[in-house]
Design a protein around this ligand. Structure first.
Ligand SMILES: [Zn+2]
Length: 75
C-alpha cells in the first residue's frame, strides 16, 4: 500500500513512493535496474525491503504470539 520514503540516491532526499528505491533523476544517474547500482545502494535497498517484509510478518502473527503466551501461562 502507500507510504513514502526518501530517495536513496546520494545528496538527493526527494520523497518517493515506497515501491521505488530512487527517484527518476537518480535512476538516470544509477540506472533503473538494481544490478547496475553501486553496492551501497543495493545494500540499502535490500535492507529496507527486508525490514518491510519482517514488519509485515510480525503484524500478521502478533495475535498468534499473544495467544501462545496466554496458553503457556497456565503451566
Ligand atoms: Zn533521487
Amino acid at each position: 500500500m502507500g507510504g513514502y520514503h526518501k530517495c536513496l540516491g546520494e545528496d538527493c532526499g526527494k520523497w518517493i513512493t515506497y515501491r521505488f528505491a530512487i527517484c527518476a533523476n537518480c535512476e538516470q544517474k544509477y540506472g533503473n535496474r538494481a544490478v547496475g547500482w553501486p553496492d551501497w545502494l543495493r545494500f540499502m535497498w535490500n535492507d529496507i525491503q527486508r525490514d518491510r517484509r519482517r514488519n509485515k510478518r510480525i503484524m500478521k502473527h502478533e495475535i498468534t504470539f499473544a495467544d501462545l503466551e496466554d496458553d503457556d501461562g497456565g503451566e
